[in-house]
Design a protein around this ligand. Structure first.
Ligand code: C2E
Ligand code: CA
Ligand code: CA
Length: 274
């Protein structure tokens, strides 16, 4: 077999290795940071939950995006440990927000671990968080690899009360049959769909149709990546039940979520007095 020498391949591999070795230390010292992005319910436009998003420590000498270090963790055999650390830290923070749902991203590679559900349950229980507050998000494209295994794990999670959300809906092979095969509690519509609808109004009917099916299967629908006022109206019209994006809130540290909730409480108390 002929093999062409490609210097950029070596550079990429060296970088991945260096990220992996720093990540190993970050996991051991538990220095990974977690940001939380609020999710807004369309019904009352209040915060109904948060999504935990892993953040490379600011103390590091370089910047690595979540996409990047999650992918490195997957290939370097670190994803189970990384995933457990993220869940643990997210649960610890969420104890302060008993009324909010907590969404945690799960890599499809984690589903291959036969002890995944058992480990996750142990972590959640150790923080005394009711399982019904938890939702695991998994990307659409990643599911195709081993659909049977995924289906089985989702069922098990749901038996324990943990909800399962399909992330990045619309980027992969999303089909109605797909939604039926897995009984998702929620689908999260990718930002690319929003842009499509805004530039081509005929798309709205297609999105509405898909969402109708989702609702028929009693799944909730969240639109992610909402950046503009005019998108909010379209998404409500399309039948989304929850909205998430920079227009409302960017991902923020745990203490900022607590402050947000405190301010909201004060504002509501004031309104009740008036
Ligand atoms: P995702 O799960 O689809 O997360 C949403 C991403 O969109 C986040 O990027 C978030 O910061 C960003 N975002 C939120 N609102 C807006 C908006 O209005 N406009 C735009 N343009 N972007 C917005 P982030 O945190 O960099 O994460 C990227 C991806 O990395 C995530 O996509 C997810 O697939 C993965 N990831 C992040 N944290 C974790 C984690 O804890 N575990 C796993 N397995 N994957 C994670
Ligand atoms: Ca997500
Ligand atoms: Ca997403």
């Amino acid at each position: 077999r002929k093999c062409m020498y490609d210097a950029s391949f070596d550079v990429e591999r060296a970088e991945a290795q260096s990220i992996a070795s720093e990540l190993r230390g970050i996991i051991e010292s538990k220095q990974l940071e977690i940001a939380f992005q609020p999710v807004i319910s369309v019904r009352d436009m209040r915060i109904s939950g948060v999504e935990a998003l892993a953040r490379w420590p600011q103390s590091s000498s370089r910047k690595v995006t979540a996409d990047r270090f999650v992918a490195v963790a997957e290939t370097a055999g670190l994803i189970d440990d990384l995933g457990e650390l993220i869940l643990d830290k997210a649960c610890a923070a969420a104890r302060n927000w008993p009324d909010l749902r907590l969404a945690v991203n799960i890599s499809a590679v984690q589903l291959n671990n036969p002890r995944f559900v058992e480990r996750a349950m142990a972590i959640i229980e150790s923080h005394g968080i009711p399982t019904h507050r938890l939702e695991f998000e998994i990307t659409e494209t990643s599911l195709i690899r081993d659909a049977d295994r995924a289906k089985q794990v989702f069922k098990e999670l749901q038996r324990y009360g943990i909800k399962v959300a399909l992330d990045d809906f619309g980027t992969g092979f999303s089909s109605i049959g797909y939604l039926r095969t897995f009984s998702f509690n929620r689908i999260k519509i990718d930002r690319s769909i929003i842009t499509k609808v805004l530039s081509n109004p005929a798309e709205l009917a297609i999105v509405q149709g898909t969402l109708l099916v989702a609702r028929g299967l009693s799944a909730e629908v969240t639109a992610e990546g909402v950046e503009k006022q005019e998108e909010v109206a379209v998404l409500k019209l399309a039948g989304c039940t929850e909205l998430q994006g920079y227009y409302f809130h960017k991902p923020m540290p745990a203490h900022a979520i607590s402050e947000l909730l405190t301010t909201r409480k004060a504002r509501e108390a004031e309104r009740a007095r008036a």
